[in-house]
Structures are given as C-alpha cells and as structure tokens.
Design a protein around this ligand. Structure first.
Ligand SMILES: *Cc1c(COP(=O)(O)O)cnc(C)c1O
Length: 365
C-alpha cells in the first residue's frame, strides 16, 4: 500500500514580499521553502507518519546513529516551471531507483518509487509559489533534496531500526549568473573519494565528506575543483566530488568513464549518453587513463571536456593541474560547441521549450 502524505500547512508562511525578494536572487542552497516532507520508518511498523509540515529544525537524540556512523543517503533534483505555469521534474523514477540502490548499500530501508515521487508532488504542490516563474532562457528552479538517515538513538554498530525520510526544497538561481565559465581541475594525489567495494556508487553524505580534503588541496593549488582517480592504481579517471565527466574527441566520439562500482551513476550522465546518439555522436563508456587526457590535450585529439550533474547541468572543463605539471586542451578560438549544444538540449527539455521525445518529464503540479 502506498504512503499518503497528510497535509499540515503552516499559518506563518513567508510573506509575498519576502518570498519575491528571495526568488529575485536565490543563489544556491541558502533559502528554503515554507514546508518539508517527513516520514518515519521502523523495523516494526515499516513506513508511516508521512506528512507535509512546516520547514524547521528536526528534533533528535545526540545518540542518533547518523551522527556517529553516517548512515545517510540523499538525492538531488529540480522542479522546473513551464511557460503555462505547470511544474515538472526530470526522470524522477531514475532518482527513485538510485535512492533505492543507495539505501541497500547503506543498509537503510527502501522507499518505494511511487512514494518517492508522491513525496515530491506533495511538497511542490504545497510550495508551488516557491517555484520560480518561467522566463525566456531562464535556468531558475526549485531544487529538491530528498534524504534519509538513521534516527535511532543507539551507539551499538548495526543498521538503525528507526529511520527518517525528509524532503526539503530550495529555490535555485542560474548556476552561472555571469554566463557559463570553464572550471579548472586538480588531480589529487593524496586523496580518493571512493574505493573498490566502498560506497562510491551510492549517493551518500560520507562520499562528500571524504572528497572535501582533496577539494581543499585543489583550491590551495588555484583550481576550482578536484578530479579523483581510481584509488587502487591511480591510473583511471573517475569523477569530480559531485559531477561526472565527459571527453569529446575530434572524430565524434564522446567518452565517459565506465561504471566500475566506484563512480556515481548520474542521471545527467545517462541522459547525455542518450542525447549524444540523437546528435550523431558516438557515445562510449570505458576506462580512461589519466595519461589519455594529457596526451589528447597535447595532440588535439580531445576537443572538449565537460562535467555534468543536476545542479550545473553541464560545466565545461578548462585547465588540468597536478603536482608538477598542467595541461589544457583548449586552443586559440576554443568553443565548447558540443557541450553547449547538449546543455541547451537538456535545458529545453527540462523547461518544456522543446518536445520531450524521450518521455523524461513528470508533472508535479
Ligand atoms: C549526484 C552526483 C552526480 C551527478 O548526478 P546527477 O544525477 O546527474 O545529478 C555525480 N557524481 C556524484 C558523486 C554525485 O553525488
């Protein structure tokens, strides 16, 4: 039986003026809508007490297992306003399926796909005024963050018998307010984000915690972000802390590291693999040695490199730096033509500006 989300709307919603001020300049992850979804799971009762309620602090014991052993997973998606006022999201069944895979890896209970999608509908229908208006070429959205954590007060080490599911929503502006700008990347020598048999393929907070030191190392070296290599041989390209990577070759191949268990399977990544075929490119998933990046940049075989994920959609990559060297595939007059074409195609589908031939969009409100 599917969960039903009871509605407990608050009386003290943000005023029209306060909300308008936030939506005029939302940034990313700084502001939150009026409500959130909460649901509980226990070993005895399964999923229960699902509701939409006021956004606010969550009471928990200092002994809650998540605070000690990091039994937590999350998702990230967006609600997009279309020109007719309706609100949609992109491939939520893919996020639901990934949330279920992450849950299994972290020994958390699975939330059925239907309940996952219903929770998004319940929140967005309540807070529909928080979804930014459609505008020509707009990239604003209401970012949705579903997550689940071990809430049992217990310090022994075993899967929690009590779990909390929550969805919060945060209005998001354009990822690149000043226009799309390439990021520089740092190859971390000392740190990996994931190891064989570990949690790299699950979307869990722990992976992010382990990527931060490498990220700081990159920033200290003057780069925007770190790129992680496989932790066993330090030979193959994996991904960034929160984005997958693609390489475009002169001959029309578009290559992304194959899923070896240590890479997060991005919904954007799989959508780009599909769209590439529509654009007459030849998508490939395989292991890519880091040397191939350096050589391809030097020889001109690699013409474009980009990172992808829900938040930024597609971000062109520029310079690559490491301890003792650097390379850059961009030559005079470089344009990220394919990256920007795929980016526009994805955005046009998400904002309903072109026909959704793949059946990727789901209406939320
Ligand atoms: C979320 C995430 C991505 C991007 O996934 P999308 O589904 O495309 O948003 C890539 N890598 C990591 C490590 C992630 O956590």
């Amino acid at each position: 039986m599917s969960l039903s989300f009871s509605s407990n709307p608050r009386q003290d919603r943000a005023s029209v003026a306060d909300r308008a001020a936030i939506l005029a300049n939302p940034g990313f992850g700084d502001h939150f809508s009026d409500h959130m979804v909460l649901a509980k799971w226990s070993q005895d009762e399964g999923w229960h007490d699902a509701e939409v309620t006021a956004f606010g602090p969550i009471q928990m014991s200092p002994a809650a297992a998540v605070l000690h052993y990091a039994q937590e997973i999350f998702e990230g998606m967006k609600a997009y306003r279309h020109a007719d006022g309706s609100v949609w999201t992109f491939r939520p069944e893919a996020n639901a399926a990934r949330f279920a895979r992450s849950a299994k890896r972290l020994a958390l209970p699975v939330l059925p796909e239907e309940d996952f999608v219903d929770s998004l509908k319940a929140l967005v229908q309540t807070d529909i005024d928080w979804v930014p208006e459609a505008a020509d070429g707009a990239e604003t959205s209401l970012y949705l963050r579903p997550f689940m954590f071990a809430s049992e007060a217990f310090l022994g080490v075993r899967p929690s018998k009590e779990v909390t599911y929550c969805v919060i929503a945060s209005p998001a502006g354009s990822y690149f307010p000043g226009g799309v700008k390439p990021v520089s990347l740092w190859i971390s020598n000392d740190y990996a984000r994931a190891g064989e048999g570990g949690t790299g393929a699950a979307k869990c907070g722990g992976n992010y915690a382990s990527s931060l030191a490498g990220q700081l190392e990159g920033i200290a070296a003057g780069c925007d972000q770190a790129v992680f290599l496989d932790s066993s041989t330090h030979t193959y390209i994996e991904e960034l802390g929160g984005m997958n990577l693609f390489f475009v070759y002169k001959d029309g191949r578009i290559v992304t590291p194959e899923l070896t268990g240590t890479i997060l399977e991005g919904v954007t990544r799989s959508s780009i693999l599909e769209l590439a075929k529509d654009l007459g490119l030849e998508p490939q998933e395989r292991r890519i040695p880091i040397q191939e990046w350096k050589d391809g940049a030097e020889s001109g075989e690699i013409t474009e490199i980009f990172a992808c994920g829900t938040a930024a959609v597609i971000t062109p990559v520029g310079e690559l730096k490491w301890d003792g060297g650097s390379c850059d595939h961009r030559v005079e007059g470089h344009r990220d033509e394919i990256a920007m074409k795929i980016r526009k195609t994805l955005l046009d589908i998400q904002y309903g500006r072109t026909e959704d031939t793949h059946g990727w969009m789901t209406r939320l409100a």
